[in-house]
Design a binder for this molecule. Structure first.
Ligand SMILES: Nc1ncnc2c1ncn2[C@@H]1O[C@H](COP(=O)(O)OP(=O)(O)OP(=O)(O)O)[C@@H](O)[C@H]1O
Ligand SMILES: [Mg+2]
Length: 483
């Protein structure tokens, strides 16, 4: 489907030209057909088809693909329910309005449960039928646009995209292109939310290792006593809980890229072991004697200042130089504000499609001014959350300043309902559920341990730094749990 071409729905997408909407009226009472035909044909933008026989109507649905069907409920041969079922099967976005006399109102309500847009009781007033037709067509257009945009979203290549056109971003992209094809080790630095992981993905995706999956190890997420076995694997019985042999991530990353995220949180004893792996290209599993040789490309990232950590003895200088063969620094968003409008546009598109709100196209001038003024301590991630939230809360086609809730970086997922989630592609729905679960889980743990972060981290089996990070992502501060 090309952009701006006529769709089968009879509507144009991407511009304002609208074709006539096709309406099919089905009723065995001929007088009713004539009356409705006259009422609706007099309105511009509508083309009306009629049928007094539901069997014929079903054929017309197949051939003519109407945008809206108005059908009587009780007819000989087939009922309005059958017409509804056929229409829904054919296209989920065809609107169906059921006409009914007072005596059969219950079946009409039942029909709306089965997917009819609405019902109308006979006899009806002109203004009532106009209103309901307008509403149904508007719904139909939105459904169709969402369907179309979702399809487009699925066609987008799923690779990592860097949005932006500022000088620093252009330099960054040139650098990615330059270093991707070498096997050189790379250290990515920059504040939280600037896109370090995205850059790591982009480098891997442009490298000749792209056919293999990049393996990520988050050094702050895994407790100190488990990280070695996570990276190198272990043999059965080497420690309590090692019931069987386990492969390490290093083996999985052989032939591919290993992304060492939050490298600044790696404890000193693991720093030595990692250095050996990088220098010698070999390692032993925990509790094992066999030496494994691997061919790995390393990318590390951190938001911490490793040079400072070297001076305080927290980070090994020799490991730093091993990792820092090529350094990529990501500049904070406040220093490249000209990227904001492009990012806003990108996230508006992404989230209006994801949340089935394809009618949202813009952001108000006032809201954009505010976005340009803001200092973005949470960088692109914060901007992304603000826009996602705005898309969910907007009551109109335009996202306003009120919809943005600036400075409350608490992720947008809390505002979503159950059914929103089931309308999403699996991958995105899973991400939303995980975020929501994390926020709940963390809040409960902090509550249990009265906001004592070290204690909560210890009890739930993650590192304190990682818990901090999760709290930040979920917009939770420890203070609110202190007794
Ligand atoms: N230039 C960009 N274009 C599009 N999306 C971006 C860009 N930069 C960052 N993002 C998005 O912002 C979010 C945060 O990026 P990412 O996770 O890579 O940041 P990070 O630097 O690793 O943060 P942290 O230090 O907190 O781990 C992601 O959803 C990412 O896709
Ligand atoms: Mg990251």
């Amino acid at each position: 489907m090309k952009e701006n071409t006529r769709t089968t729905a009879g509507f144009m997408l991407g511009d304002n030209i609208q074709e006539k909407a096709k309406i099919l009226i089905v009723d065995d009472e001929k007088d009713m057909l004539v009356l409705l035909d006259r009422m609706l044909s007099s309105r511009s933008g509508l083309s009306v088809l009629t049928s007094d026989d539901p069997v014929e109507a079903i054929r017309m649905i197949d051939e003519q693909n109407p945008d809206l069907i108005i059908t009587d409920l009780k007819m000989p041969n087939l009922s309005g329910m059958d017409v509804l079922e056929h229409a829904r099967k054919k296209s989920g976005s065809t609107a169906v309005i059921i006409m009914t006399a007072y005596g059969t109102i219950e079946s009409a309500v039942e029909a709306t449960r089965k997917g009819a847009f609405d019902y109308i009781t006979k006899p009806f007033r002109k203004d009532r039928i106009y209103r309901i037709v307008d509403q149904a067509l508007r719904w139909r257009r939105l459904e169709f646009e969402n369907l179309y945009l979702r399809k487009k979203l699925n066609q987008w290549p799923s690779g990592p995209f860097m949005i932006g056109n500022s000088q620093p971003l252009r330099e960054l992209m040139a650098r990615i292109a330059q270093v991707a094809e070498t096997s050189a080790t790379i250290l990515i630095t920059g504040e939280s939310g600037t896109g370090k992981e995205l850059v790591a993905r982009a480098i891997h995706a442009c490298s000749d290792r792209r056919d293999r999956e990049m393996i990520t190890i988050n050094c702050s997420a895994i407790p100190e006593n488990l990280i070695e076995s996570e990276l190198f694997g272990h043999v059965r019985g080497s420690f309590t809980g090692a019931f069987k042999d386990k492969k390490g991530l290093a083996e999985e990353a052989s032939g591919s890229t290993l992304f060492l995220d939050e490298i600044g949180d790696l404890d000193p004893s693991m720093q030595v072991k990692l250095l050996r792996l990088i220098q010698e290209g070999e390692y032993k599993a925990v509790g094992g004697n066999k030496t494994y040789r691997v061919d790995i490309r390393y990318i590390a990232a951190t938001h911490q200042n490793l040079k400072e950590m070297i001076s305080t003895g927290e980070f090994r200088e020799d490991l730093f130089y091993r990792l820092n063969v090529i350094n990529i620094f990501l500049c904070p968003l406040r220093e490249r504000k000209e990227d904001i409008p492009l990012l806003v546009d990108h996230f508006l598109k992404k989230y209006s499609v994801l949340h089935g709100r394809g009618h949202i196209k813009k952001i108000s001038r006032e809201a954009m001014d505010q976005l340009m003024d803001w200092s973005w301590p949470g960088n692109v991630r914060e901007l992304e959350n603000v826009i996602e939230r705005g898309v969910i809360l907007a009551s109109d086609e335009v996202v306003t300043l009120d919809d943005l809730s600036m400075g409350q970086d608490s992720g947008a997922f809390n505002d979503m309902t159950h059914s929103d989630i089931f309308d999403m592609p699996f991958k995105d729905a899973r991400e939303v559920i995980i975020k929501r679960f994390q926020a709940d889980y963390i809040a409960r743990s902090l509550e249990k341990y009265q906001g004592n972060i070290s204690r909560a981290a210890g009890e739930i089996g993650v590192k304190r730094q990682y818990l901090h990070r999760l709290m930040k992502e979920a917009g939770i501060s420890g203070k609110e749990f202190k007794s």
